[in-house]
Ligand binder design. Structure first.
Ligand SMILES: Cc1cc2nc3c(=O)[nH]c(=O)nc-3n(C[C@H](O)[C@H](O)[C@H](O)COP(=O)(O)O)c2cc1C
Ligand SMILES: CC(C)(COP(=O)(O)O)[C@@H](O)C(=O)NCCC(=O)NCCS
Ligand SMILES: [Mg+2]
Length: 408
C-alpha cells in the first residue's frame, strides 16, 4: 500500500516542541512525513531532531536555495497530500493571508493545492490583536485552509489566556480526517447530535449498574463530523477523554439525564447518531446514604430506563436522519435488523463486541451498516475515526437531498 504524504511546516514559537510528537506518531502510523522549518523555528528545535524522527532530511531555507534540477518547493508542493503548519506564528499567518512567499515554507504552501491544517499558537495579546484576528478570518475564507481553535490556558509567558496550540493528539486526528476526506466539508451548515459512552444507574452514592463503553466511537463520530464542517453536540456519559475544542460537550450520567439532553438538542439536529451504550435497567430503589455491605440485597429489584433511541425516533421530523448502534455478540445482524425496524431508525451500525480489537474500549472497530431499505455496507476493521468517516460517507446516498447545494 502506498504511504500517505504529509508536510509539517514548523514556525518559530515555543509550541514547536510539541510538533516532535506529531512527527513521531505520524511516522509510527505509516505516514510519510517531510518537515520544513522556518529560520525562527530553528531557534526552538533543530532540523536534526525532526530529521531523525521523520527518517528523512528536514528542510530549511538553506535547502530552498540549493541549486537542483527542480525547485524544492515545487517538488514538495506536488508531493504533499495534507499540509500542517504548527505552530502557526502571527508572522507566518500574516504572510499566508496576503499570499506572500519569502521562505521555503510559504513558497511550498503557494506551490501546492492540498488541504492545509493550521494550528496557531501565541501569547494572548498577540492572538487577540485586531490585525492578527483579521488575518485569521481572511485566511479561513479560502476553503483549503482548515483552522484549529486555540485553547485557553497557561502560556509559556506565564499568562493564562487564549492562544495555546491545539494538543498533538487532536492535530493528528484532524490530519487523519483530512487524509480521508481530502478536505471536503460535506457537512458544512449541518448540525450533528451524537451520544457517546455508557450511562450509570446508581444504587447508592458509590455503586452503579453500568457497562464498559468508553465512548471512543461517539468521540470519533464527533471529531469526523467536526472535521467535515458540521456543528457538533456530543452528549456523553462519564469518560476518560477530554472533548476536543470546537465540539459542544454535554456531560450526563444516567439514562434519564441522557434522554433529556438528547431530546433538548433533537429539534436543531440534522443527523442524530446514538452511539451511547445505555444501561437498560436501573435499581428500583436509590439510597441517598451509602449502603453498608450487610444491607446490600441478595437480589436487586430492577426497572427499565427510558428507551432513548425509540423516543428520538418518535419525536424526530422526517428530514432528520437517526442512526442507531447495536453492540452484539454472536449473530450481530438479526438483533440489529430487529432494532432498526422496531425502533424506526434510518440506519443501524451493528458491531461485534466479542471479537479481538473491536467494540468496547478498543481504538479499532468493525461493523456492518444497514439502512432501512436493507442495504448493507461492510466496514472492515479500521480505526474508530475511519469508521466514523465511512458512516458519514454513506449518509449522503441514504438521504439524497441532504447534501444538495453543499460546498464540496
Ligand atoms: C521566546 C520566543 C517565543 C516566541 N513565541 C511565539 C509564539 O508562540 N507565537 C508567535 O506567533 N510568535 C512567537 N515568537 C515570535 C516569532 O518567533 C517571530 O515573530 C518570528 O519572526 C516568526 O517567524 P516565522 O513565522 O518565520 O517562524 C516568539 C519569539 C521568541 C523569542
Ligand atoms: C507553550 C505551550 C506549548 C506549553 O504547553 P504545555 O503547558 O502543555 O507544556 C502552550 O502554552 C502554548 O501553546 N502556548 C502558546 C504559545 C506561547 O505561549 N507563546 C509564547 C508567549 S511569549
Ligand atoms: Mg441497548
Amino acid at each position: 500500500m502506498t504511504k500517505r504524504r504529509v508536510i509539517i511546516g514548523v514556525g518559530g514559537g515555543i509550541a514547536a516542541y510539541k510538533v516532535c510528537s506529531v512527527v513521531s506518531t505520524l511516522f509510527k502510523t505509516g505516514v510519510e512525513v517531510r518537515v520544513i522549518l522556518t529560520n525562527s523555528a530553528q531557534e526552538f528545535i533543530t532540523p536534526l531532531t525532526l530529521a531523525t524522527l521523520s527518517r528523512h532530511q528536514a528542510y530549511t531555507d538553506e535547502s530552498f536555495w540549493q541549486p537542483t534540477s527542480r525547485p524544492l518547493h515545487i517538488e514538495l508542493g506536488e508531493w504533499v497530500e495534507v499540509f500542517l503548519i504548527a505552530p502557526l506564528t502571527a508572522n507566518t499567518l500574516a504572510k499566508l493571508a496576503h499570499g506572500m512567499a519569502d521562505n521555503l515554507l510559504t513558497n511550498t504552501v503557494l506551490a501546492s493545492s492540498c488541504p492545509v491544517l493550521l494550528a496557531p499558537a501565541m501569547n494572548t495579546d498577540m492572538w487577540e490583536q485586531v490585525a492578527v484576528q483579521r488575518n485569521w478570518r481572511q485566511l479561513l475564507t479560502d476553503s483549503r485552509f482548515h483552522g484549529m481553535e486555540t485553547a485557553s490556558g497557561l502560556l509559556a509567558c506565564d499568562r493564562v489566556g487564549a492562544g495555546r496550540m491545539a494538543e498533538p493528539e487532536d492535530i493528528i486526528t484532524h490530519i487523519q480526517s483530512l487524509l480521508h476526506t481530502a478536505g471536503k466539508r460535506d457537512l458544512a451548515g449541518k448540525r450533528v447530535l451524537i451520544s457517546a459512552g455508557g450511562t450509570r444507574e446508581y444504587l447508592d452514592p458509590v455503586r452503579f449498574i453500568g457497562n464498559p463503553s468508553t465512548g471512543k466511537m461517539g468521540l470519533a463520530l464527533a471529531q469526523a463530523a467536526l472535521h467535515r464542517g458540521a456543528s457538533v453536540t456530543l452528549v456523553h456519559g462519564p469518560a476518560s477523554w477530554n472533548v476536543p475544542l470546537g465540539i459542544q460537550a454535554v456531560p450526563v450520567v444516567s439514562a434519564e439525564s441522557m434522554r433529556s439532553a438528547m431530546l433538548q438538542y433533537l429539534a436543531a439536529a440534522d443527523i442524530i447518531l446514538m452511539a451511547a451504550a445505555v444501561a437498560d435497567v436501573k435499581p428500583r430503589e436509590y439510597s441517598q446514604e451509602k449502603l453498608a455491605k450487610r444491607q446490600l440485597p441478595e437480589a436487586l429489584p430492577l426497572e427499565p430506563v427510558p428507551d432513548i433511541v425509540a423516543q428520538l425516533a418518535t419525536n424526530k421530523r422526517s428530514h432528520q436522519i437517526l442512526i442507531g448502534f447495536a453492540a452484539q455478540t454472536g449473530d450481530i445482524i438479526t438483533p440489529a435488523l430487529e432494532k432498526l425496524h422496531s425502533k424506526n431508525l434510518d440506519a443501524i451500525v451493528a458491531n461485534p463486541i466479542d471479537e479481538p480489537d473491536s467494540g468496547f474500549g478498543s481504538d479499532n472497530n468493525k461493523a456492518i451498516l444497514i439502512d432501512k431499505q436493507g442495504k448493507r455496507l461492510e466496514i472492515p476493521p479500521c480505526s474508530k475515526l475511519q469508521m466514523a468517516h465511512h458512516i458519514f460517507d454513506s449518509l449522503a446516498p441514504l438521504v439524497p437531498t441532504l447534501f444538495v447545494g453543499m460546498p464540496s
